[in-house]
Design a protein around this ligand. Structure first.
Ligand code: FES
Length: 146
């Protein structure tokens, strides 16, 4: 299995790792198959721009690399643009992922969506195209499957 230099770079030197206290939106998603978990924190300003973003990933190297790249891609964007950061965009920015690792990049997309959903719900706004995240596990974090 070959990883691109960018994947290795983002895995060994992840950007925006950590958490944001009092974040505007937090999304936690999990992959039931591998058990990996990813959490994204968004700090969104009054103009609905992502001022800061941090992530925590308990998962494989590809999950760490994709969360790192995903945070780079949403930083400075509006919440509407952030929604357009798909796993495909993240993978392209990383110069690709081995096929068996594609699902790891989905986790990053889902975590961003879950954090945007959390923000939208708290602020009573609607982000067109945003749907309630299916893998959001934030409400039942202690569920025994994790
Ligand atoms: Fe689970 Fe990569 S193997 S996210």
């Amino acid at each position: 299995m070959a990883y691109s230099e960018k994947v290795i770079d983002h895995f060994t030197n992840p950007r925006n790792m950590g958490e944001i206290e009092g974040a505007s939106g937090v999304g936690t998603v999990g992959n039931a198959k591998c058990g990996d978990i990813m959490r994204i924190y968004l700090d969104i300003d009054d103009n609905q721009i992502v001022r800061d973003v941090k992530f925590k990933t308990f998962g494989c190297g590809a999950a760490v690399a994709t969360s790192s790249m995903a945070t780079e891609l949403v930083k400075g964007k509006s919440i509407y643009e952030a929604l357009q950061v798909t796993n495909k965009a993240v993978m392209e920015a990383l110069d690709g992922l081995p096929p068996v690792k594609v699902h790891c990049s989905l986790l990053a997309e889902e975590a961003i969506h879950a954090a945007l959903w959390d923000y939208a719900t708290k602020h009573n706004i609607e982000i067109p195209g945003l749907q309630k995240p299916v893998n959001d596990i934030s409400e039942h974090e202690e569920a025994e499957e994790y």
